[in-house]
Write a protein that binds this ligand. Structure first.
Ligand code: HEM
Length: 538
């Protein structure tokens, strides 16, 4: 290792410090000076006033005054756990990612979350759930920052502030805390009809998970996989829970919100503590990397669309077991920093415009949330691979860098030639063709189809699930004050399905409108399977 290298030994030294944060037999100041008294401040006489001179009082209060950091701008409420991912090796033909090689075991941290509520909000509200996994692989950190629903509200990240502003509590009264039952949410969804598909998933039982252990997870976007020979394919990631997918009834979710707002985090922690370790299998849908980047007529760069598993089976590539609760919520669950750009060789991003904006947003927000540019040095974020970067100084710099020349190339520091040649295992930016017409604020025409997949999802529901969906829309929309918003939302429901629209219209006491669009359902195409050898196609 060169002089600029923070070796894994360095990482261990840091972890020792972490363990030793409370050591010795005496209470001390943060400077390590033993204290005689921490219950009474230093006063002028028995009754005071208190003296400014009391440096222990000032240190204690000052530190307390600064204990809070900003909560996440979204996904503020969460619960996490440590575990291990074990690969089956089934993905080796399509990706060179080392952690997917047969038998490889990789430590992980997973954080589950609601999206809209603040840190202290209730767990069981109707919302999308985050399902974010940090794999501490031998090739560096890989973050799969997914949700429990396979589609998203918007097609372009430039609209993320808009959809979140609409979903967060109203700015005047800061109500409602964490539900979609309000005017701005339905105003947005009914005006930006690409959000209708995701909203329908929210209104289904998927919006009320029974437990984090019983949720699917989805990477949502299409990723580009690269195998050892440099061949590429497109892929979507899926987590499949061993316990199956289960929802709460709306009434259960409301009661739990009152009786036990910590229901989901308690369930996760209790399950792990009692040895009922939550488990998922990781699966991938793999598609040929064609210039169109479509499969069976579905645009793979449109995150409001999914590819039905009937036409592209999910192939299982590994197993995740969560078996250790965090020992400190703040240190681990709060300070973990996920980033869509934490990629390892063999897994790359695509031109999905939602994904592209995410590549910027996570690190940007963490600069504020975690107080500067060195948050990857926080123990829960530290790679388990050697780190040898040229990033220096900054707030909360924890490393003591050696050497004098943090620039490349240099002739002063021994061990600098770490970029010479093309080291094995390096991340390779994959050449991708871009169209000749560049620099335009545009999107493909297929992105204008906002209803056909919502219809597909509705039609796949059982009668009971359909009843739940109608009741959910009825409840949420009844809380909308502005009549025009309710009517506009009904129009979207009419475009999805007449029965759905009629059911909700009856619940609201409004007439059901007629559809304004003709739906074209996607054509099925033969499934390609990586495991039976039909993928990649000849
Ligand atoms: C946080 C998922 C779209 C910005 C999160 C978290 C998840 C998530 C799971 C919580 C991470 C944690 O537990 O710490 C998704 C998914 C998306 C999506 C699945 C779409 C498919 C976006 C977009 C943006 C964005 C388009 C911005 C352009 C953020 C930010 C945070 C966040 C700023 C807070 C991160 C932090 O404070 O550490 N997202 N997100 N997300 N997301 Fe997204």
């Amino acid at each position: 290792s060169g002089p600029q290298m923070r070796t894994p030994t360095g990482v261990r030294a840091h972890e020792d410090q972490e363990v030793n944060a409370q050591q010795g037999e005496w209470l001390t100041t943060s400077g390590g000076v033993r204290l005689r008294e921490t219950d009474k401040s230093l006063k002028a006489g028995e009754r005071g006033p208190t003296l400014l001179q009391d440096h222990h009082l000032r240190e204690k209060i000052t530190h307390f005054d600064h204990e809070r950091i900003p909560e996440r701008v979204v996904h503020a409420r969460g619960a996490g756990a440590h575990g291990t991912f074990t690969a089956y090796g089934a993905a080796e033909s399509v990706t060179s990612a080392g952690f997917l090689a047969e038998g490889r075991e990789t430590p992980v941290f997973v954080r589950f979350s609601t999206v809209l509520g603040s840190r202290g909000s209730a767990d069981t509200v109707r919302d999308t759930r985050g399902f974010a996994t940090k794999f501490y692989t031998e090739e560096g950190n890989f973050d799969l920052v997914g949700n429990n629903m396979p589609v998203f509200f918007i097609q372009d990240g430039i609209k993320f502030p808009d959809v979140i502003h609409a979903g967060k509590p109203h700015p005047d009264r800061e109500i409602p805390q964490a539900q979609s039952a309000h005017d701005t949410f339905w105003d947005f969804v009914s005006l930006h009809t690409e959000a209708q598909h995701h909203a329908l998933w929210n209104m289904s039982d998927r919006g009320l998970p029974r437990s984090y252990r019983m949720m699917e997870g989805f990477g949502v976007h299409t990723f580009r996989l690269v195998n050892a020979a440099g061949e590429t394919s497109l892929a979507k990631f899926h987590w499949k829970p061993k316990l199956g997918v289960h929802g709460l009834l709306w009434e259960e979710s409301q009661m739990l919100g009152g009786f036990d707002p910590d229901f989901h985090r308690r369930d996760l922690a209790d399950a792990i503590e009692t040895g009922a370790y939550p488990e998922w299998e990781l699966g991938i849908q793999v598609f040929p990397d064609t210039p169109e980047q479509t499969y069976a007529g579905i645009d793979l760069l449109d995150p409001t669309k999914l590819v039905p598993e009937e036409i592209a089976p999910v192939q299982k590539v590994g197993r995740l077991v969560l078996d250790r609760n965090p020992s400190n919520y703040f240190a681990e669950t709060e300070q973990i920093a996920f980033h869509v750009g934490n990629l390892v060789p063999g897994i790359d991003v695509t031109d999905d415009a939602l994904m592209q904006a995410r590549l910027f947003s996570y690190v940007d927000t963490q600069l504020t949330r975690l107080g500067g540019p060195n948050f990857n040095q926080i123990p829960v974020n530290r790679p388990h691979a050697p780190v040898n970067d040229m990033l220096r100084d900054g707030f909360h710099q924890d490393a003591v860098h050696r050497g004098v020349a943090p620039y490349h190339p240099n002739s002063l520091d021994a061990g600098c030639p770490f970029m010479a040649g093309d080291p094995q295992g390096a991340f390779v930016d994959n050449p991708v063709k871009v169209p000749e017409t560049v620099k335009q604020r545009a999107q493909p025409a297929s992105f204008d189809d906002h209803f056909s997949q919502a219809r597909l999802f509705w039609l796949s529901m059982t009668p009971v699930e359909k009843q739940h969906i109608i009741a959910a829309y009825g409840f949420e929309l009844a809380k909308v004050y502005e009549p025009a918003i309710r009517e506009r939302q009904l129009q979207s429901l009419a475009n999805i399905d007449a029965d759905l629209c009629e059911g909700v219209a009856i619940a609201l006491g409004l007439p059901a409108p007629s559809p304004t669009v003709e739906l074209a359902d996607p054509e099925p195409s033969p499934a390609l399977s990586m495991l039976d050898g039909s993928y990649p196609p000849d």
